[in-house]
Ligand binder design. Sequence first.
Ligand code: C2O
Length: 346
Amino acid sequence: KPKHVILTPNLTTCHKSLSDADRPVYCCPPKRESLEPIIDFQFPDISEPIRVRKPAHKVDADYIAKYNRAIAIMKSLPYDDPRSYMRQANMHCIYCTGAYNQQNSNSLLKIHRSWMFFPWHRMMIYFHERILGSLIGDENFALPFWNWDSPDGMFIPDMYLNGSMIDTQRDSSHLPPQVADINYDYFERGLGPEDQISTNVAFMYNQMVSGAKKTELFMGCPYKAGENGFCDGPGTIELAPHNALHTWVGSNLNPEREDLGAFYSAARDPIFYAHHSNIDRLWNVWNQLRGGDKPAIEDPEWLDSTFYFHNEKSQLVRIKIRDVLDSSKLRYAYEKVENVWLNARP
Ligand code: C2O
């Protein structure tokens, strides 16, 4: 028996699962991934260019055209192809609604509301970004990030209102010029733009600084493998702005505020990837704020937790949390932006 048990899915178990409102959903791949060969994750070669993720409200028309083209190709691939848009979206559904059982246990695997949140989503968008780039033959391609913590980014970015970036299942009263309520909780605060912006900035200070001084407060509770390993304690940022903006963007006419508002459907909306790119950036910012060279969490049960994704060559890759702690080794970076909330101490 190993000295610690690793949280990892049993790929032979993909099954019907439940939405947030306990409705049955099915998001499994068409054929058993367990029959596919598996390769271990390898860092991209250091000769690869660094992909620089930019704020979605500042990208230029060429970039938008390029990204649209990549998404259009991705949407045209058949469901059999793990790089296809619906398969990508369903990866989120699988890991978020508990479509896999854990290895050596009948417990479901669900990566939200715990310390799996940041690393798992980093993996998901890392592979997604590289697939998009390979579909258009551009090894510089980088996802944008929705800079909702910056006053000029607190709107649904315009690029998501056209072409392949449109998702019709969004709350129409929250389209631009409506300022986002990054702490939205199903009711309209009714603040004017300036008050909403300053409320948001102050809230960010709380979620990133004053309310996130302890690792567990920011990262979420320690979810471990096995029957009694589950925990339900999302970190500050996961709860809001993360969950809050999922709800705020999703359509108020749908039962679970699909698309963005429900786990099973969230990644069908292209804005999902920019939302998570910003979350991912903020994880780095938090690490810098704590002056961390070493990981905030050194528990091997976290570091060795293992997940599976398809890469741009459609190979099934086994990847551990310890592989994704340093984003520079993954050959992407964030364009530097001012974090105005840093100076918003009340
Ligand atoms: Cu897995 Cu933004 O949710």
